[in-house]
Write a protein that binds this ligand. Sequence first.
Ligand code: FEO
Length: 412
Amino acid sequence: MSSAFKAVQVSDSVWWVGAIDWDLTDFHGYETTRGSTYNAFLVIADKITLIDTVKKDYTDELLSRISSFIHPSRIDYIISNHSEMDHTGALPEIIRTVQPEKIFASAKGVATLKDYNLIGEHNEHLLEAVKDNQVLDLGGGHTIRFLDTKMVHWPDSMFSYLESEKVLFSNDAFGMHLASFERYVDELDPWIVNYEATKYYANIFWPLSPAVSKAVKKTRDSIGVGNIKVLAPDHGPLFRKQKDMESIFNSYDKWIAGEVKKHKVVITFATMWESTAKMARAIAEGAASEGVDVKFCPLSRTHRSDVSTELLEGDALIIGSPNLNSGIYPTVADTLTYLKGLKPASHKLLGGVFGSYGWSPASLPQLSNFLEEMKVEVFEGPVKTKYAPSKDVLLEGFEYGRAFAAKLKEND
Ligand code: FEO
């Protein structure tokens, strides 16, 4: 069939029919500088099965890729591993086009698909809830085993494992926001893959680590990483080499356990008239002089979701703000609010505070309170300056950074 968008074969009976979103820049406040993909898959069995769909805007691309291989009306079953709209936005149109025999989802997934009005009342009879470990026979020797993976990423989330060809469709898990024509991790720059996988975990899964831990354990116990031939998440590239799969599982183990790179200090701040920036530089110099790894993240050029990515493997956070209208500067408040939601103190964090003001230092205790609410241990301080920092204040900042780093090393 002639189609501009082609299906890509993943295993003997599985074809990738997803969409590439080159333009995506934001996913719920997470900056997606490299775009994303919405992966969907066709399993060619007696019952031809579509696993997940794509964001609504990419419905035509999904249909085009399916049509490059089979007529969409030949699809019998749809499996919805997760009802968030990046995987289900196309569902109403797909249901109209395909007229499937059944739509399978977890019990929570069935409820959410209805709540989002994605099925249509007249089609609700097509929905069938599946349970953890339930096996669906697709005919032709192909079976799918469902794994309940609730809260990875929503209460409805599940994995589907095609036992016959050892393909694990893991939905959001093991994914990354990365648009590319390369379909596999081993075809891409390892540094980029590692950064984007880390960024995805930090910004999507960090607060859900206990649920991710259960899903990873369940996958190891009931399937085994060695029994996965293709690991197929719904975002970014797929994994087909055992070493790459082991690597991502090992990274997940590390992030779940809250393992950090020892003595990694993330310094983030905003500035109005360079006073807070000068203090930040002095504190960073002091910390670096103690040999710790300093990640310098001015919010003028660092997105909140890159600060969180650095912090995932960090053990310290120093935050600075000028006072503005008796409060924290907006970009700093934004970043702190975002970080607080990610529950970063699931691993032990040492925190520090600094800032500048004109006549009211009200923002400084607010910064400390924020860190305390995040259950971050706040080191002595804050370092503060009225208007512009003098040489003495900069020296104080240097000493603060040095003492902070020494305390971090002491905490070992
Ligand atoms: Fe990719 Fe939770 O959706």
